[in-house]
Design a protein around this ligand. Structure first.
Ligand code: HBI
Ligand code: FE
Length: 289
């Protein structure tokens, strides 16, 4: 994979053995601070009325704003007071076991680089805008903060059991691409959607994707797409319900899904709580251009 190092987006001192680096906040250029501001203003406007109110309230509490790239240490001091989480700078994706160890200790690894202008609308690796605008606000919610720590601990165990791919699907269809039913309607809490202007609209308003009620075992059997919009979104009734479902020994869940066939990303399964049956039109028309 062409890494952030290779794309010389990387800055700051060499990494520690837990893959953290110095954010070197003073080395960001005015153009990079300006890019953060433009990304922030556009996405905040699109996300208002579409993002979970928990995420929007947290952005306010954490004073996230279009005033240049956030300093992770100062942001962490605010976040830590609320839920004990800190945001630690990394250069790029870190190995799973390192990632899980950070989460299990309430540290969220956030990319220190910001996407280049030519990838303003979309990039595959998590840059500082995806991680801080997308993931960090949810870490200010006490229930979701507990879920993320439990996920980290579960990840370490899943690796030992060789069931990481099942758990990675849980992360993908909740933390990255999850929807929630709030009293005002369907809302977004997944960071992969929240940090993407197009998918923020697509996930809630397009007729193409399926939207089905969260079901842990069904979700763990469902493949996902990494380079286009999701074909199926899972909807939780509340963050409490998500934590309660996941705050248990996954051993028997793994045993039940092991050996069961996977579902394709666009497939509906018997027993699904179908909220919207997608037309799949966007995908049949060839997806991302
Ligand atoms: N590393 N920095 C970083 N950010 C992620 O979101 C991340 C990662 N490493 C592994 C990973 N995510 C996924 O494999 C999770 O599903 C575990
Ligand atoms: Fe992410």
């Amino acid at each position: 994979m062409d890494t952030a190092f290779a794309k010389n987006r990387y800055h700051g001192a060499p990494r520690a053995d837990d893959y953290t680096i110095d954010q070197a906040w003073e080395t960001y250029s005015p153009a990079e601070h300006d890019r953060w501001d433009r990304l922030f203003r556009r996405q905040k406007e699109i996300a208002t009325g579409r993002a979970s109110k928990v995420a929007l309230d947290a952005m306010h509490k954490l004073e996230l704003s279009p005033s240049g790239i956030p300093h992770m240490g100062r942001l962490s001091d605010k976040l830590e007071k609320i839920t004990g989480w800190r945001v630690v700078p990394v250069a790029e994706l870190v190995p799973d076991e390192v990632f899980f160890d950070h989460l299990a200790n309430r540290r969220f690894p956030a990319g220190a680089f910001i996407r280049p202008e030519e990838e303003f609308d979309y990039l595959q690796e998590p840059d500082i805008f995806h991680d801080i605008f997308g993931h960090v606000p949810m870490l200010a919610d006490p229930v979701f903060a507990d879920f993320m720590e439990a996920y980290g601990k579960g990840g370490q165990r899943a690796m030992r059991l060789g069931q990481l791919h099942n758990l990675a699907r849980l992360y993908w269809y909740t933390v990255e691409f999850g929807l929630i039913q709030e009293e005002d309607g369907l809302r977004i809490y997944g960071a992969g959607i929240l940090s993407s202007p197009h998918e923020t609209v697509f996930a809630l308003e397009d007729a193409s994707p399926n939207r089905i009620g969260f079901d842990l075992q069904r979700l763990m059997r469902t493949k996902y797409i990494i380079d286009d919009f999701q074909q199926t979104y899972f909807v939780i009734p509340s963050f409490e319900a998500l934590l309660e479902t996941c705050y248990k020994d996954f051993g028997d869940v793994y045993a039940e899904v092991k050996g069961q066939p996977d579902y394709e990303a666009n497939e509906l399964a018997p027993g699904d709580d179908v909220i919207t049956r997608g037309t799949l039109k966007y995908f049949r028309d060839g997806g991302r251009k």
